[in-house]
Design a protein around this ligand. Structure first.
Ligand code: ASP
Length: 358
């Protein structure tokens, strides 16, 4: 009787295992990765495989997963379509939705890592935003492509394969939010789109690559710079919108009027894409002084693609009430200012420290 019961129990256990694999498609030995899709060229389609014209955000996430050979051997995969836009149309709303969904998913035991498919135009901004507000040390990896899914030698499928390999890798814990493009793993803090169209467009020119992922083999070289994810003080819990922060691009003989217009239009903060070491002409400096006196913080970044803006350079920040963006480019400096301004009454010194730390 006892033996029959034992046999019955074994048969039942095997039956339940087979049913769970068939129903959920889950292999217990594999990590669980969720792919959040937002659009971009990786989901883009064109009429010709050799023409340059295409439209971003045409293909849905399940079809994108099915187009990558062997990707399901890396992880149990599930896709969610959060948006389907070219990333020139990325919005604060999608950023907040992404952060909320990632924090929900990573708080459960059933999710080991996240991949986000994203257009490359603003990929570095989304990556940096998430690096500051995701509350988990599990891997979060953004990827995209420079060629649409219909192109000859489309780069999306291998990028997606490698991104899933990183998200599924126990080695990738604690590196903050990463960007995988063209076999290279970049930190969200440093990655920059450097060239308009080639597949090798992403670089980490100041800090260097975090690592590489070649046909799914993950290797890390060093830890990322600055505070991020679990060590970040920023949170978007319950946040429905972010304060408006504008960017003004400077050049020779530019007028300071644009800064006055931004303040009048309701900007709560301004980032100046200055010349050289975050410099600007006399007219712009006077307008900046008016803005900071009116309580609108101004951060000095640079229109030069690579390099830090010195805290003590040609401009005396104390005199003008300005803050140096340290090594953040204007678009990332804007994100840090938007998040910083969620807390009221930050002093200039407090803001400056945030740029040094993050
Ligand atoms: N405009 C596209 C986007 O950012 C470019 C790309 O994905 O490469 O969505």
């Amino acid at each position: 009787m006892k033996n029959t019961l034992l046999k019955l129990r074994t048969v039942l256990t095997i039956f339940m295992m087979v049913v769970s694999v068939l129903v959920c498609g889950q292999d217990k030995k594999l990590p669980n990765v969720v792919i959040l899709a937002t659009g971009g060229t990786i989901a883009g389609a064109g009429a010709s495989s050799t023409g340059s014209a295409y439209t971003s955000g045409q293909v849905k996430i399940e079809a994108m997963i099915d187009a990558v050979p062997n990707i399901r051997s890396l992880a149990n995969l599930r896709g969610e379509q959060l948006a389907n836009v070219g990333s020139q149309d990325m919005s604060v709303k999608v950023w907040l939705d992404l952060a909320k969904r990632i924090n929900e998913l990573l708080a459960t035991k059933d999710v080991d890592g996240i991949v986000i498919t994203h257009g490359t135009d603003t990929q570095e901004e989304t990556a940096y935003f998430l690096n500051l507000v995701v509350k988990s040390d599990k891997p979060v990896v953004l990827t995209g492509s420079m060629r649409p899914s219909t192109a000859l030698s489309a780069d999306g499928p291998l990028n997606m394969y490698n991104a899933v390999a990183i998200a599924a890798s126990p080695k990738a814990k604690g590196y903050g939010v990463m960007v995988l493009m063209n076999d290279d793993i970049h930190s969200a803090h440093d990655v920059k789109k450097m060239i308009t169209t080639p597949v090798h467009t992403f670089e980490s020119p100041l800090e260097g690559l975090l690592g590489t992922c070649i046909f799914g083999e993950v290797e890390f070289f060093h830890k990322p710079f600055g505070k991020h994810t679990v060590d970040s003080e920023f949170s978007v819990d319950g946040v429905k919108e972010l304060p408006r922060v504008d960017i003004v691009y400077t050049c020779a003989d530019v007028s300071g009027d644009l800064i006055d217009i931004m303040v009048k239009a309701g900007a709560k903060g301004i980032v100046v894409a200055g010349v050289g070491d975050g410099n600007m002409n006399a007219g712009t400096l006077e307008a900046v002084k008016r803005a900071t006196k009116a309580g609108v913080p101004v951060v000095r970044a640079s229109r030069v693609p690579v390099g830090a803006v010195l805290i003590k350079g040609e401009i005396n920040d104390e005199e003008y009430g300005t803050v140096s963006s340290a090594d953040l480019n204007p678009q990332k400096a804007r994100i840090l200012l938007m998040l910083s301004l969620l807390k009221k009454d930050r002093s200039r010194e407090d803001l400056q420290n945030l740029y040094i730390e993050y």
